[in-house]
Design a binder for this molecule. Sequence first.
Ligand code: 3DU
Length: 217
Amino acid sequence: MPKLMLALDVLDESEAIKISEETSEYVDCIKIGYPLVLATDLGIIKRIKEKTNKEVICDFKVADIPATNEKIARLTLNYADGIICQGFVGLDSVKAIINVAEEYKQVGNSKKVIMVTEMSHEGAKSFMQPIANEIAKMAGKLNVDGIVAPSTRPTRLKELKEIANNAFVISPGVGAQGGDLQEVLKVLDENDYVIVGRAIYLNENPKESAKKYKELL
Ligand code: 3DU
């Protein structure tokens, strides 16, 4: 049974807090990205953690040179339990983030580095899909904690999970993007996460929707 990760892409702090509190009974982890952080500030991560007691992963899809990735990781992991980066930028850029996470681990503070392999939208087929297996191989080589792989393409999800076999998978695409949860459940296991955003936070009753997804999982 995979876990449920809420993608909290709302643009208002009080709404974010309300939804995360309402759904926290059913949600295992909260993912926050540019929409909410840019609409508020980086401290929102801490405030949501305090209200919900959940792990918060920052989805910044960091994709820069090593020196810049390092700065972004340092600022983000000061608050978040994990950070999402892009793999296509190459080994050194991802390693820079892993090094920052290692520093935290050395002082007893576990931080997760999660790397995107292939994205879930249609456009990802053009440039990302052809190189995604290589990116997933790099995930194994670098020993990242997790990878992001698409629920919109269960066959690809399976392939990428198998290639990056030490990493857990977090998978977006179920709900608003139309991914087939039953197919996804054939692939993911108890270490993995199904990411659901709009199908929960845009629902007129986010708590009920989160409950429904948790039960389906
Ligand atoms: O489609 P939803 O509303 O359930 O949200 C999916 C979330 O996952 C959203 O935060 C989006 O930015 C993120 N994401 C993808 O949708 C696809 C990816 O390949 C990686 C992250």
